[in-house]
Design a protein around this ligand. Structure first.
Ligand code: ZN
Ligand code: ZN
Length: 644
């Protein structure tokens, strides 16, 4: 018998050699019909694989990320089968699952494929999926596999085989298609109920431009039609909300070739957003006991040798400037500068926790192919801070940082978020991870405890920590369900040693502080890019570049319009008058396009009674109010930073 431990911690006994499918059936027939794969002691397998030892066990369905990737990788095989039936001479390289869907790199010989061919391929895939062919695994000795592909004349699979050991080679067949693959796969093609091939592109074999260019076909599949339709709708909406498009339409930022790639210029509207974000951060951090600092944009090579950024991180830094025989680098992170501030004056336990914050400007050399709007840039402004504390203080400090994230999520109306807790691998201490076994255990346990107690959804991932401590990657979802990586929250028990930082304890001994690196609002670049999509450019009033637009019906009311704008400005409200000689209908339509939260229409009646006629973005006409009453109401809306 074998012992199977289920995710809820319960244990069950099964006959040795039982399969995941049998275990699923013993739990529930309904579940068994949905199971795509199974995680056995942390590895994902086909559900037909016999289990021969005790295992920590999880059935994977469409709701699990590993379930989805197995589904999508299997869809890549299905697509290959369809391609092979249309282009029998096609040769296949690799077909992995990706973030959302899958692709396959294919050598089509002299045949050229276009987007138009994708519809035919989709049709073929649907046909093949309906046949509900099962994915059958077959292990094969290496020599036999080599012979098989030599006969086929398939140099791609022969290349893959070169890197595989004898004894670990397997083939998967579904219908008329056989592929070299380590698996796992879903049980059969019938699970794939909705198919969309999204695009076609050229891709150099092994990503090397000296090699032959293969055809890469991207696709995405779902277990039902409804999810595909929702996904296509989301894509369409994402296009409308594209931060590069909105950034231009709303005059938020611009790029200029003379300035350089990946170096955004913030226009007046974008600068207002930046200033509002910084105001929020300063208020929040001040209340949480942080002090502000300012540091230079460059530093000498010697500091980056101490921090270890050089030579390891050199590829991501701009090349050095040489002056009087000394090399200077643009800073890629603020941490070393902050460590120097900690070190500038002697510290005792009374000074801890020592929290210093800065919206620091960093420069990173991203490859030009990697640059993307505001999401991947070479100059970034980080909502940075470092907390230096004792081990005893660590738990409370880490909790406070997490609470700050949650506070921000509420302000910005971010309802969906997950924290990824990245842990170390004890077998790699001293190589991939700093050799502090006890500290790793302690801090990981404390971080986990904080996440559990604050009721924050999180997942744990092994062997993905930073070199110097466990970290949390924060994933957030925009209003249309797209995922963004916001920021990392890291524990560091190494830099203190490297920079010889210390403080005097109550017992007059010397200790090295623990350091927390945190940036809840990430960078201005990425966060504003996210907000543009999240709000579709319709910013909440507190952060909107222009808060109120005054639309006089004709020139006759300009004096009153001026009076209104003066009152608004006195109350610190960003307002301006549309003084163009246009019909009121056109003024309203144009202001709608600029997504200004409030419009005040002003005519005879409003002027005589010192009132304003109010239109709210997205709601239309919301009635008439006294000018003073209106100002009081929106001042409150701004002060409370209401989402709507
Ligand atoms: Zn496969
Ligand atoms: Zn840092």
């Amino acid at each position: 018998m074998i012992k199977i431990t289920l995710p809820d911690g319960s244990e069950r006994e099964y006959e040795t050699g039982s399969t995941s499918l049998e275990i699923a059936k013993s739990i529930s027939e309904g579940l068994a019909r949905k199971v795509l794969a199974a995680s056995i002691n942390g590895e994902v397998y086909d559900i037909t694989k016999p289990i021969t030892e005790d295992a920590v066990f999880k059935l994977l369905t469409w709701d699990d990320s590993e379930g989805k990737s197995t589904f999508w990788h299997s869809s890549a095989h299905l697509m290959a089968e369809a391609v092979q039936s249309v282009f029998p001479h096609a040769k296949f390289w690799v077909g992995p699952a990706i973030d959302k869907g899958f692709y396959y790199d294919i050598d089509l010989g002299d045949t050229k494929m276009s987007e138009d061919d994708l519809i035919g391929l989709e049709k073929k895939m649907n046909e093949l999926a309906k046949q509900n062919n099962s994915f059958n695994r077959k292990a094969m000795p290496k020599a036999e596999a080599i012979n098989y592909f030599k006969e086929k004349g398939d140099e791609y699979k022969l290349d893959l085989l070169n890197n595989l050991k004898d004894g670990e080679i397997s083939f998967y067949t579904q219908g008329n298609f056989t592929d070299l693959c380590r698996g796992p796969h879903i049980p059969s093609t019938g699970f794939i109920k909705a198919i969309k091939l999204t695009s076609i592109a050229g891709a150099y074999w092994k990503g090397d431009e000296k090699n032959k260019q293969l055809t890469r076909i991207y696709g995405v599949t779902f277990p039902n039609q409804k999810e595909l339709e929702e996904y296509l709708l989301m894509l369409e909406e994402a296009k409308k909300r594209d931060h590069r498009k909105l950034g231009k339409e709303l005059s938020i930022f611009t790029m200029d070739d003379d300035v350089g790639q990946g170096l955004p210029l913030w226009m007046p509207n974008g600068t207002i957003i930046i200033e509002e974000l910084e105001k929020l951060a300063k208020e929040t951090e001040s209340a949480a006991g942080y002090k502000r600092v300012v540091t230079p944009h460059i530093a000498k090579e010697s500091m980056y040798l101490t921090s270890g950024h050089l030579p390891y991180y050199a590829d991501s830094m701009f090349p050095p400037m040489e002056l009087d025989g000394t090399k200077y680098y643009l800073k890629a992170m603020n941490c070393p500068h902050h460590h120097k501030i900690f070190d500038a004056e002697p510290k005792s336990y009374k000074d801890l926790p020592y929290r210093i914050a800065e919206y620091g400007t960093c420069y990173r050399y991203e490859q030009s192919g990697e640059l993307f709007g505001l999401m991947r840039v070479r100059c970034l402004h980080m909502n940075d801070a470092h907390i230096y504390c004792s081990k005893d203080q660590f738990g409370a400090e880490f909790r406070a940082v997490n609470e700050m994230y949650l506070k921000y999520f509420k302000i910005f109306g971010i309802d969906k978020y997950v924290m990824r807790l990245s842990l170390h691998d004890p077998s790699k201490l001293g190589q991939k991870y700093v050799n502090e076994p006890e500290l790793w255990k302690e801090t990981e346990a404390m971080v986990r405890q904080v996440l559990i107690e604050s009721n924050i959804p999180y997942v744990e991932v092994q062997d993905e920590a930073a070199f110097y401590g466990p970290k949390i990657d924060v994933q957030i979802w925009s209003a249309i369900g797209r995922e963004f990586t916001l920021a990392t929250n890291q524990v560091d028990f190494n830099s203190g040693n490297k920079f010889k930082l210390s403080y005097t304890t109550q017992h007059n001994t010397t200790e090295v502080p623990l350091i927390i690196h945190r940036a809840p609002l990430g960078t201005h670049e990425r966060f504003i890019g996210f907000l543009l999509e999240h709000y579709a450019g319709k910013f909440p009033i507190w952060i909107a570049p222009l808060q109120v637009k005054i639309l006089p019906i004709s020139d006759k009311f300009m004096d009153y319009a001026n009076k209104v704008v003066q009152h608004l400005k006195k109350a610190d409200i960003r307002a301006e008058i549309d003084d163009r000689n246009e019909k009121i209908g056109k003024k309203i339509r144009d202001t709608e396009l600029l997504k200004v939260p409030y419009m005040l229409v002003i005519g005879e009646k409003e002027m005589n009674e010192e009132q304003v006629s109010i239109r709210r973005q997205g709601k239309g006409d919301i009635g008439v109010k006294g000018l003073i009453e209106f100002i009081e109401e929106i001042s409150l809306e701004i002060m409370e930073r209401r989402v709507e």
